[in-house]
Design a binder for this molecule. Structure first.
Ligand code: NAI
Ligand code: MG
Length: 329
């Protein structure tokens, strides 16, 4: 029996989390779900986006499946997502982007996004009424750690190339240090090709020849942006999963946010969080179940008759979920 913390989140979070839980339960892997509420509705109710009990649960059980949580823009609240990643040292944000059901032909890349520093360290100051500064923090330790995670994954998965994405031509010290760390780690993996691409060029390359990329390793901000860009290549945010992994804890969540534009309508695509749950099953050592979930998702998306509106269909969350469960049987 595994114990997993389930944080449904807000917006479409509860709808897609429920779907993922049904699908994981249908694999037959015994999981005890410890449900912890967090998100905008908890802020109204308790004054905190994440109640203490949710933190305690993560610390006790160490593995969580998390729905998205809305971050109020501009107000005093720091993003819960960023806070969780920093608090629990979830330094690697791993996002596999693959073409599913024929979308985005041949795309099969994995983004390793550094998850704890860069401009997301939250060090901003308003120096005057007319001026504000943000501090970009890059350390050798965090840069080597994410590069090592990317190369270790590439080696284990039999992948050929790791591409570092940077802007060291302009940010010579910060991105320069990131590249220095990347090169050092790359040197200990002679069997894997290491290449470096500047981030703006990378955006164009990804749009024009996405199938040319394999493993990508980058800083926090570039990784955030490239993830959504890459999601757009394979059918959108409704399809792309993610994992936030550290030494001690792992939190699995989709790349997408709370999608307020479609929340509560029952039409959110449950695939992204379901594939995140499959990554969680891998992490728990339940590889056969993880593979069964991925195969079932592939066939439900390829089938198309249950496609949700983001994929151009007129299906809904429940129909897609039922189809995935049916495909597993
Ligand atoms: P978003 O990812 O929520 O939505 C962007 C677009 O993609 C919207 O049109 C939405 O309808 C669509 N979309 C996203 N997920 C979908 C799904 N599963 N099925 C179908 N369509 C889907 O990005 P947005 O609107 O910029 O952010 C909304 C809120 O989410 C913000 O408060 C943001 O801070 C938060 N957020 C939270 C994240 C997390 O909890 N890890 C990650 C990203 C954003
Ligand atoms: Mg993002």
């Amino acid at each position: 029996m595994h114990t997993v913390v389930m944080i449904p989140g807000d917006g479409i979070g509860p709808e897609v989390s429920r779907a993922a839980r049904r699908i994981v339960d249908a694999t037959g892997v015994p999981i005890e779900w410890v449900v912890e509420e967090a998100g905008a509705h908890m802020l109204e109710r308790t004054g905190a986006l994440v109640p203490e009990s949710a933190y305690r649960a993560i610390e006790t059980h160490r593995v969580a499946l998390k729905g998205p949580i809305t971050t109020p823009i501009g107000s005093g609240f720091k993003s819960v997502n960023v806070s969780l990643r920093q608090k629990y040292g979830l330094y690697a944000n791993i996002r596999p982007v693959r073409s599913i059901g024929g979308r985005g032909a041949g795309v099969d890349l994995v983004i390793f996004r550094e998850n704890t520093e860069d401009l997301y360290a939250g060090r901003e100051i308003r120096v005057s009424d007319d001026e504000a500064h943000a501090v970009k923090v890059i350390t050798r330790g965090a840069s080597e750690r994410i590069a090592a995670a990317a190369f270790a994954y590439a080696e284990a998965a039999g992948r050929k190339t790791v591409t570092a994405v940077h802007k060291a031509n302009i940010m010579k010290l910060t991105d320069g240090l990131f590249l220095e760390a990347f090169r050092k780690v790359a040197a200990s993996y002679p069997g894997i090709r290491a290449q470096e691409v500047i981030v703006d060029n990378m955006c164009m390359q990804l749009v024009m020849r996405p199938a040319a990329f394999d493993v990508i390793v980058t800083e926090n901000l570039y990784g955030d942006i490239l993830s959504d860009l890459a999601a757009g290549l394979v059918g959108g945010l409704g399809l792309v999963p993610g994992a936030n992994v550290g030494e001690r804890y792992a939190v699995f969540e989709a790349v997408h946010g709370s999608a307020p534009d479609i929340a509560g309508k029952g039409i959110a695509n449950p695939v992204a969080i379901t594939l995140s749950a499959a990554m969680m099953l891998d992490h728990l050592g339940e590889r056969a179940a993880a593979e069964a979930v991925r195969k079932a998702v592939e066939s439900a998306v390829a089938d198309g008759s249950v496609a949700t509106p983001d994929l151009g269909g007129s299906g809904d969350t429940e129909g897609m979920t039922d189809a995935i469960i049916a495909a597993m049987r």
